[in-house]
Each structure stands twice: as C-alpha cells, then as structure tokens.
Design a protein around this ligand. Structure first.
Ligand code: SAM
Length: 342
C-alpha cells in the first residue's frame, strides 16, 4: 500500500463542498425547513451570499467534531446508529463513517435493508492489479460474480433504496463485450428496477488500446471514451419527503444525464482505480437525503464514504483488501485532522 501524501491532504482541504450541504448539517436550519426566509436550502440566493466552506473554520457546521453538527456522536437525535447494521466489527469508524473489511460475496456481512443509496464501481475484470482479488477471470465467471454481489446488495438495500452503478459501457480487452448492458440486465434479473443511465464523459482518459485494422474497413475497433452510471432502485422510485441540500444550479445541471469531468489520478490517491470525488458527490446530493445511509460495497480508497460523510450522510464501506482499508482510514483521518487544525 502506498501512503497518502501531503498533497492529498491539500487537495482535500481546497476541495469545495456545497454551501447548502454544510448549512443543512446545522440542525437550526433543519428546524426552519418550512420557512424559506430562515432556511438557506429553500432560499439559495441567501445561502450563496454567505457560503460556509471547508476553508471557513469559523463555521461550526463545517467541523465534524463540533457538537452542533449532526454527523457527530454527540448529537444522538441526528447521529447515525451504524452499530446495528452488522454483527461484525468494523475495520474502522470515524464520526458517521464505518468501513468493514470483507468480501461482498458474503451475505452475512450486513443485516437486511440497511442502506438508502449505494454508489459503487466494481472491479471491471480488466486485469487491474488490486491487492487481493483476481481481476482477470473469464467473462462468464465475471458475470456470475456480478450476479452474486448485485443480489447481496439488493438484500442489504432498504425498500426504495437507489443504487448508482459505475461501469464501463463496453470492454474490448480480452474480447469485445457489452459489459454495461450485461450488468444492467443482471441487476434487473436479481430484482433491481431500472431508472436511467448517466453517461460520464471522462475527459482525461483515453480508452483507446488499438485501432483494429488501420484505415481499413476490414476490422476497425470503435470504443467510446465514456463510462456509465446505471441508476437502479428497489421497488419504488419515489421516496417522499426528506432534507435536501442540492442547489437549483446543481439540480438543473446534474439531471442532464451527460456528465463531464476528469477521472482521478491513480498515483495521487495510491489506488489503481479511484473515483474522482465529483462522481459520488453528485450521486449523493442528487439521489439521497441528508442523514441517509450511503453504502459502497467496493469501497477501494474510500472516496464514496468520504464524500457521503462530508455531505452529512452516514457512510458505510466494504473492501476486501486490508491495504485499501488502511489507505481509506488514513485518507479519512487526514480529512479529520485538516478540519481540526484549520
Ligand atoms: C474499482 S475499485 C473501487 C475504487 C473506489 N471507487 C475508489 O474510489 O477508490 C474496486 C475495489 O473493489 C475491491 N474488491 C474486489 N473484489 C472484492 C470483493 N469480493 N469484496 C469486496 N471488495 C472487493 C478491490 O480491492 C478494489 O479496491
């Protein structure tokens, strides 16, 4: 495992979180939910005029150690009770985050129906060198593996839970495969309902590995430099009422299902396939309420759980590799230290 370096902390420190998210982390604002004049979430103009931020340590709602923040153990009414979700001991807990080391194929990891929103990127079976799993199995075996873990996640999902599944559209390494379509179909077969597909135009990544037949119609290769986020749900799409923290601008931009932002640097994070933080951030704010439980069954370097926590959700991760569990712990602790120091 590679260590997280100072540059990572600096990056985390300078990253912006939504002003609304931070305001909604303040119970006083939640109390005023019906009064737009007092509630910045209902009055974005007012909220944006006074944006609290990670860089603004004066604002207590930015600090997960502050008792006014519902993310902390000191506030039992809003604090997640993550103790009840598993009979197992977490690898690591920090405020509203619990990371478990384990295999997604083991159904006994968690109790039935504990999460509101799943966000994940499973191994793509592209021969990536993860610490503990073989990422180069036959396509048939890979589909069987996918079926089992999608089934387990369905069991662990609450009724009306959503699931954002980040996978490639196509795969050409080891033979052309419609991996996006195949996994979507398997998800539907195990019970998930299909809502929509977001196309992620990953600006800084080239998926091209070969031309096939150069300048010839003989056997050219075509590959789109995009990934997809398949949006699924359990039983019902509509969730009813809850505390929102998305701005008008974010809502309008992100409900357009073509997302364009860069991928994350593997070297920078110290993991072979990390999410850019923007991906879970958008999914968290668009598809979950403040205080919901967000779960990543392939947690890797902990990007989803970090982002969920920073946006005042409860966060649960599962990761098979102890090196990546340790990396996540370090990354999350670094965040905590940044917030403590500033
Ligand atoms: C594509 S990466 C996820 C990266 C993550 N989104 C991030 O931002 O770092 C897939 C992760 O799944 C883990 N993994 C592979 N097989 C697993 C299994 N059976 N159970 C749990 N985790 C597994 C790998 O170790 C790897 O860290």
């Amino acid at each position: 495992m590679k260590n997280v370096n100072t540059a990572n902390v600096e990056n985390l420190k300078s990253a912006k979180t939504s002003p609304n998210a931070k305001n909604l982390a303040n119970p006083k604002i939640a109390k005023n939910a019906k009064n737009p004049a007092k509630n910045p979430a209902k009055n974005p103009a007012k909220n944006l005029a006074n944006p609290p931020s990670i860089e603004n340590p004066q604002n207590p709602s930015n600090n997960p150690k502050n008792p006014t923040n519902p993310q902390t153990a000191e506030n039992p009414t809003n604090t997640p009770n993550l103790d009840s979700i598993s009979a197992k001991t977490p690898y690591f807990t920090f405020d509203n985050i619990a990371l478990y080391k384990g295999d997604v194929l083991d159904k006994s990891n968690f109790k039935r129906g504990f999460f509101d929103l799943g966000i994940t990127s499973p191994p793509y079976n592209l021969g990536i060198e993860y610490g503990s799993n073989n990422d180069e199995i036959s396509y048939e075996e890979y589909l069987k593996f996918s079926q089992k873990w999608l089934q387990n996640c369905y069991f662990w999902a609450k009724d009306r839970a959503r699931f954002c599944l980040n996978i490639p559209l196509d795969k050409n390494k080891g033979g052309q495969q419609s991996i996006g379509a195949d996994l979507t179909n398997i998800a539907k077969c195990v019970g998930w309902r299909y809502h929509s597909t977001i196309i992620w135009n990953e600006g800084n990544i080239s998926r091209r590995t070969a031309w096939g037949s150069w300048l010839s119609a003989s056997a050219p290769y075509v590959i789109a430099p995009v990934e997809i986020i398949v949006v699924l749900y359990k039983n019902e799409w509509r969730r009813g009422r809850g505390q929102n923290d998305i701005t008008k601008e974010e809502f309008m931009a992100w409900t357009n299902g073509l997302w364009s932002f860069n991928g994350e640097s593997k070297k920078h994070i110290g993991h072979p396939a990390p999410f850019p933080r923007e991906l879970p951030r958008r999914c968290v704010k668009l598809f979950s309420f403040v205080g919901d439980v967000v779960f990543d069954p392939f947690s890797g370097s902990g990007t989803s759980i970090l982002e969920a926590s920073l946006n005042a959700r409860k966060a649960v991760g599962l990761e098979i590799d102890s090196g990546y569990c340790e990396l996540s712990k370090k990354r999350i602790q670094d965040w905590g230290n940044v917030l403590k120091i500033t």
